[in-house]
Design a protein around this ligand. Structure first.
Ligand SMILES: CC(C)(COP(=O)(O)OP(=O)(O)OC[C@H]1O[C@@H](n2cnc3c(N)ncnc32)[C@H](O)[C@@H]1OP(=O)(O)O)[C@@H](O)C(=O)NCCC(=O)NCCSC(=O)CCO
Length: 260
């Protein structure tokens, strides 16, 4: 399939997905959400892809938020439809059984920050700036910001960011746990790919199971989550990869996983 507002490339088992509206700082309009959803459907079905890097084109922004010009004339019902469309795309990203890394190459605001939080890990360029500035438009986050931000940085810091609309540096985001790593801007994609290739070399079923244990477990009560983890642990023992991983350890060699 061909895409216009999103770019999609594959390299050594890693998919690179690039938001491609640099003239508007990769603002997220309906077309972007639709194409992004189609790209992640394609990735989900592609056995050659073992990890995903999501970034923005240009050197100014990952994404500066939902496209304000599209929000301008929405009725409440249309606003709800827009948010639901974003939600459906985000669900495809969150539910992907392969690891996802957001490479934040500049402004990561509003819907952009919400999209980054749908990825498993976030690496930020030193120049990246993050925030949920919706309050300054007289609206609130509608793409999961109130929930995912609070879960990542805690309720108090989420309220600080969302109430004030202030924009924080990559370093501050690292201290708050909103990003995992900060790197020089020139090394962002290199570092994101290094991490993605490392993850692509691990057992795909083990990664899928542990992602599910973490993402589903966090929304369960502790006892249910611990039992779910036990079930996921047991499922690993149905894979060829677990035999390979354990054999490789005992034979003091690197494992060669088959992804099954
Ligand atoms: C990101 C900011 C602070 C950058 O400011 P600056 O460097 O001055 O650059 P600009 O001239 O403002 O932007 C360049 C160009 O991009 C357009 N643009 C930027 N952000 C958006 C956007 N979110 N939607 C649509 N278009 C956008 C901007 O209009 C310029 O276009 P021109 O044609 O050249 O005029 C600054 O841009 C900023 O504050 N942006 C908005 C951030 C924001 O409020 N985000 C939240 C949106 S609501 C949301 O996401 C709801 C989901 O929960």
């Amino acid at each position: 399939m061909s895409y216009t507002v999103v770019k999609y490339q594959k390299e050594e088992g890693v998919a690179l997905v690039t938001l491609n509206r640099p003239e508007s700082l990769n603002a997220l309009n309906s077309a972007v959400f639709m194409e992004l959803g189609a790209v992640f459907d394609e990735i989900a079905q592609d056995p050659e892809v073992h990890a995903v890097v999501l970034t923005g084109s240009g050197d100014r922004a990952f994404a500066a938020g939902a496209d304000v010009s599209e929000l301008k004339n929405l009725s409440p019902l249309e606003a709800r439809e827009f948010a639901l469309m974003a939600y459906r795309t985000q669900e495809k990203i969150c539910n992907l059984s392969k690891p996802t890394i957001a490479a934040l190459n500049g402004y990561t605001l509003g819907g952009g920050c919400e999209l980054a939080m749908c990825c498993d890990l976030r690496i930020a360029a030193e120049t990246a700036r993050l925030g949920q500035p919706e309050i300054n438009l007289g609206i609130i986050p509608g793409g999961g910001g109130t929930q995912r931000l609070a879960r990542l940085v805690g309720l108090s810091r989420a309220k600080e960011l969302i109430f004030t609309g202030k924009i924080i540096t990559a370093q501050q985001a690292l201290e708050w746990g909103l990003v995992n790593q900060v790197v020089p801007a020139g090394q962002l994609l290199e570092e994101a790919f290094k991490l993605a290739r490392d993850l692509a070399g691990k057992s795909a079923p083990a990664l899928a199971l542990v992602k599910s244990a973490l993402d589903r477990g966090i929304n369960m009560d502790l006892s249910s989550a611990l039992h779910y983890e036990i079930d996921c642990f047991a499922c690993c023992f149905a894979t060829e990869d677990h035999r390979e991983g354990i054999a490789a350890f005992l034979e003091k060699r690197r494992p060669a996983y088959k992804g099954r």
